[in-house]
Design a binder for this molecule. Sequence first.
Ligand SMILES: Cc1cc2nc3c(=O)[nH]c(=O)nc-3n(C[C@H](O)[C@H](O)[C@H](O)COP(=O)(O)O)c2cc1C
Length: 259
Amino acid sequence: MKGVLYYFSGTGNTKWAADKLKEIFERYDLQLDLKSIEEEKRADTRGYSFLVIGTPVYAEIEPKIVEDFISTVPVTETQTRCIVYSTQGAAKCSAVRRISTELAKRGYDVAVEAMIEMPNNFYFYFGKEPSDKKMRRVMIGAERKLRKLARDFSRDREQKQRTSALRLSVGAFAGKTFRKSIPKISQNITASGDCIKCGLCLRNCPKGNITFEGGLAIIHSNCILCLRCIHLCPENAILYKGRRINQTQKDIIKHLELK
Ligand SMILES: Cc1cc2nc3c(=O)[nH]c(=O)nc-3n(C[C@H](O)[C@H](O)[C@H](O)COP(=O)(O)O)c2cc1C
C-alpha cells in the first residue's frame, strides 16, 4: 500500500515527524511519498491508497497555508483512509480536529488523529526556551507517539484524540485573531549588520518575502511567521525585537530540503 503525506514545516519539526513516519511505515510494508505543501499548491491523491496531512500549530490552529491547501483536497466517494497529525509546543491543539472535520466533509475516513508535542520554535514569543534535556525528552515522546500511530494505522485501528467543542470554538477565535496580527508581529523580525548575504533565507522563505536591499536582508509584509529565516541563518543575523535568539531548531531544520 502506498500513501501520500502532505506537510508544511517552517522549522523542521513537522518534516522530522514526516521522515520518521516514512521510516517506521516501511517496517509495516507501507510506502509513503512525502510532498511539501509549499511546492505542491494543490492536493493530488490519485494513485494513493491513503492520505496523511502534517501541520505545525500557530496559535492553536493550522497556519493559513495549510488551511488553504486542505481546501484543494479533492472530494472522494471512496472513503480514503487518512491520518492527520500536528506538531506543537504544547500537548494539544485544535488544528488536528479542524483538519479532520474538513477531510471528513470531503468524503475521507480519518482513522488516526495525533497531536505530537515537539520543541516550541516560538519560545521567544510565548512559553520558555526548551532546554537540551527537555528537547531530548520531547523528541523521545514524539517518536513513541509516531510508532503507536503507525502500529494502529497498520492494524486498521482508529486513534482519535479528544478535542472538546469549547476548545474548538475558542481555538478558532484565538487562531484567527492571531492570524490578523501576523503582519504586525512580523515587523519585529529584522536582519542585523552581521548578514553576509549568503541568500539562504531568500531562497528558502516559503513566501519569497525576503530580498536584499542596501546590503541587508529585508523582510517584507508577506511574512507568515514560520520563523524559518530566524532559525536557519548561519550567522544568526535575523533578529527578533532587535535581539538574537538562540536557534534551538538549528539541527532539526536540516530535515527540510533546503535550497
Ligand atoms: C506563529 C507560531 C505560533 C505558534 N503557536 C503555538 C500554539 O498555539 N501552541 C503550541 O503548542 N505551539 C505553538 N507554536 C509552536 C509550533 O507549533 C511548534 O514548534 C511546531 O512544532 C513547529 O513546527 P515546524 O518546525 O514544522 O514549523 C507556534 C509557533 C509559531 C511559529
